[in-house]
Design a protein around this ligand. Structure first.
Ligand SMILES: [Zn+2]
Length: 237
């Protein structure tokens, strides 16, 4: 959870938008970023804005139950998804939604990063499942993501984009970059004629190692353990 001042949080969200755009992780009008400020509010990017050119005053303040506080402002069209995440995950301070091209392309081909071809993403983020397609901006999106919110800190909306649940806007950008970098490696492997995921036993081992590495923080360790259990249940089922 962030304890930053609202002013610095506004600047961090603008910085995140610029970085996502500069690194090709969104088209100019794509994606959205939100962050909790205080106990009752969140700040989010405005609908239709160029995310590479945001200014702190452009951001829209919304209550956690969806009432727009900023006069004459229109929040992101994906605000329903953001609100659902904050409702279901009190531990999340920020949500970064982007359209990383390789990672989205893999979802179109039905490839998931839930069982990756390389280990690093499991340490950095954990499993990143694909959520079945739903029409962007509609109530269908929060309904579709509910099933994965308890078991992961990032997921892919099929044929649409990435969603990172994180503490700060910068963390969300780093998670998005990790997802896209893993997607590029996966694509290279597939182009070279391979691309098999890591064996299930190795994925389980890596998630256990990640848990041990984070063991200093009991709350995080609990979360990793829950994710490990969920992944093992899925692999068995
Ligand atoms: Zn989107």
């Amino acid at each position: 959870m962030t304890h930053r001042s609202e002013g610095s949080l506004r600047r961090e969200i603008c910085d995140a938008g610029r970085t996502l755009y500069d690194r090709g992780l969104i088209g100019p009008l794509d994606g959205n970023v939100s962050a909790r400020t205080g106990d009752r509010y969140l700040l989010c990017t405005p609908s239709g804005a160029h995310k590479g050119e945001l200014r702190p005053d452009d951001l829209v303040k919304v209550t956690l139950d969806g009432r727009v506080v900023t006069p004459h402002a229109k929040p992101s069209t994906e605000i329903l998804m953001h609100l659902e995440i904050y409702r279901e995950r009190p531990d999340v301070g920020c949500v970064v939604h982007a359209h990383p091209p390789c990672a989205v392309g893999l979802t179109v081909a039905g490839v998931s990063l839930d069982r990756p071809v390389v280990p690093e993403i499991l340490f950095a983020i954990g499993p990143v499942p694909n959520v079945p397609y739903s029409s962007p901006t509609t109530r269908d999106v929060p309904d579709a993501i509910r099933a994965v919110l308890a078991r992961c800190d990032a997921f892919m909306l099929a044929r649409h984009g990435s969603v990172a649940l994180c503490a700060t806007p910068r963390d969300g950008v780093i998670m998005t970059e990790t997802i896209e970098h893993t997607a590029k490696i996966t694509l290279a492997a597939k182009a070279a004629g391979g691309g098999a995921p890591l064996p299930d036993a190795e994925i389980s081992k890596l998630l256990g190692l990640a848990q041990a590495a984070r063991g200093a923080n009991p709350r995080e360790a609990d979360l990793v353990e829950a994710v490990t259990r969920a992944v093992m249940a899925k692999l068995r089922g």
